[in-house]
Design a binder for this molecule. Sequence first.
Ligand SMILES: Cc1cc2nc3c(=O)[nH]c(=O)nc-3n(C[C@H](O)[C@H](O)[C@H](O)COP(=O)(O)O)c2cc1C
Length: 185
Amino acid sequence: MEGERNMRIFVGYASMNGHTKFLADEIAAGARSVTGTEVVQKAVKDTSPSELEAFDAIIWGSSGVFGNPNPEMVQFFVQLGQQWFMRKLEGKFGGVFGTTSTAHGGIENLLRALAAPMHHHGMIVVSPPSLPDEKHALYACPYGIAATIPVEASKDAPINKPREEELDLARHYGQYMATLLKSSK
Ligand SMILES: Cc1cc2nc3c(=O)[nH]c(=O)nc-3n(C[C@H](O)[C@H](O)[C@H](O)COP(=O)(O)O)c2cc1C
């Protein structure tokens, strides 16, 4: 419709060696596939807090460091005091993603910790859709988009990627977020 503005989605990540960035790429691709959606994908270390204010949805993610978001992501969170105080992120849609190297190494704790600041900002945290099909059920997580990626065998080995099922779920989540956002406006 004439005069309608695009929905804007921010996908931010903190990634030590690029594992988590694979999920960011897929979520961004899924969101971009929905007409009328503008997506900005950036490392949070290159993002200024006030940039977030221009988006309708914010999806952020990081690797797990001893069960918690990695320090680069935490460093970003502590810069958001002004946005919290001025209620700049209130009512925006939010979502999270994360990676660890082991299936039971704290991924759910990581995702919940990534979502906690969103609740403080008064955001609307969008859960991944429930009831995935049989192929994807083993890799789906109710708290966000997750991938467990084994550590590379050596320093020179090519970087390990998330499984196809994990990438599918990430792409689908991006698409889901964009569709939901569009239908809510
Ligand atoms: C200091 C440190 C702590 C980590 N802690 C955990 C952990 O608690 N559980 C786990 O499964 N993996 C842990 N990992 C592995 C990373 O979470 C995993 O390799 C992740 O995919 C890295 O993603 P990135 O390259 O995007 O940073 C740790 C890695 C480092 C360097």
